[in-house]
Ligand binder design. Structure first.
Ligand code: PLP
Length: 345
């Protein structure tokens, strides 16, 4: 078992030994010249997985989202997202600052949007007072919504609406493969109807860095220019792409284990009366408490790291660096800290 059980995020995962070997042996070239064969292989792999025309390797999920927005909107447009979407909460206001976009946000505790909610938010008018909506962005799975995922038909109805209204649809699939595992869908079907899709290699998949953005050839050609503009053109990035390829070939199947451990963790704590704020169908859990900061300190004294999320909850995320022993250790620590703190009467 590890000395510290780090449940703060699935971004804390470290490259596995096989991944490190793949990185060391990667064939590389200057990717800004389009010369890196490993980056090209990774991009081709993403194209095949997602059933899209083209894909681009970027350093982070934040840049992948931003490039997707820049490539499909104009400054002054409005974008529809959940009010808890990552770009709304955690991307430093880049939508406003860099892309010049307005946000129109949908409220939902799981961070999801329905086609009806999206329809209510669309603004398309010749009245020059208003910002025109040109893009809808959904998150699958949702980060702040407890790892909720979209069913196939839910995305299909949003996609249908977008097609009918001439809107672009972006999927922030930072944890797309968790969504695929939970919904039992191949990635291609998980993103069917989306114009662009981003996914992260550096979360539950365990790579040290890297995200892919996929879409039509035209959109990805525009995306390439924006990636350069933002300083995201990388040179011998095949070393990173090799980690990504390794993750896609070897680590995706382990995500189900993360979900199993998250379920076991929750069941064990619920049996002790510890309340959870949201459903947790994948690897992200929110535990209700009235003292997140104090609890985090006590957990950390027991070798368990978790994150305070607002004033009334703690976030715990399961990932490939937490084994069964780590999960059991975390259960015991949470029990000690929270089971006696939550008044059950
Ligand atoms: C849903 C979602 N989108 C985008 C990102 C951004 O990814 P990165 O940290 O690689 O910029 C994250 C990161 O946690 C995320 O959870």
């Amino acid at each position: 078992m590890q000395e510290i059980v780090d449940l703060r995020s699935d971004t804390v995962t470290r490259p596995s030994p096989g991944m490190r070997r793949a990185m060391a042996e990667a064939e590389v070239g200057d990717d800004v010249f389009g010369d890196d064969p490993t980056v090209r292989r990774l991009q081709d792999h993403a194209v095949a997985l997602l059933g899209m025309e083209a894909a681009l390797f970027l350093p982070t999920g934040t840049m992948a989202n931003l490039v997707a927005f820049l490539s499909q909107t104009r400054p002054g447009d409005s974008v529809i997202l959940s009010e808890m979407a990552h770009p709304v909460l955690y991307e430093s206001g880049n939508l406003a600052m860099v892309a010049g976009l307005m946000t129109r946000t949908v409220a939902d505790p799981l961070g999801k949007m329905s086609a009806e909610q999206v329809a209510e938010m669309v603004v398309q008018t010749s009245d020059p007072h208003h910002s025109q909506t040109t893009l809808v962005a959904l998150e699958n799975t949702t980060n702040r919504g407890g790892g909720a995922y979209y069913e196939y038909y839910e995305i299909e109805s949003i996609a249908q609406l977008c097609r009918n209204r001439g809107l672009r649809l972006h999927c922030d699939g930072a944890r797309l493969f968790n969504a695929c595992a939970a919904s039992n869908l191949e990635p291609e079907y998980c993103v069917r109807g989306c114009d662009t899709v981003s996914f992260c290699l550096s979360k539950g998949l365990g790579a040290p860095a890297g995200s892919l953005l996929a879409g039509t050839r035209d959109t990805i050609t525009r995306a390439l220019r924006f990636r350069k503009m933002l300083g995201g053109g990388m040179r011998q990035s095949g070393v990173l792409a090799a980690a990504g390829l390794y993750a896609l070939e070897n680590h995706v199947r382990d995500l189900e284990e993360d979900h199993r451990r998250a379920r076991a963790f929750r069941q064990a704590l619920e049996a002790e009366g510890v309340p959870f704020a949201l459903p947790s169908p994948t690897n992200i859990l929110y535990i209700e408490t009235n003292d997140p900061a104090g609890n985090i300190k006590e957990l950390s004294a027991r070798g368990v790291l978790a994150m305070a999320a607002g004033r009334d909850r703690i976030r715990a995320v399961f990932h490939r660096d937490i084994d069964d022993a780590g999960m059991n250790w975390a259960v015991e620590a949470f029990k000690e800290v929270l089971a006696r703190r939550q008044p059950s009467e």
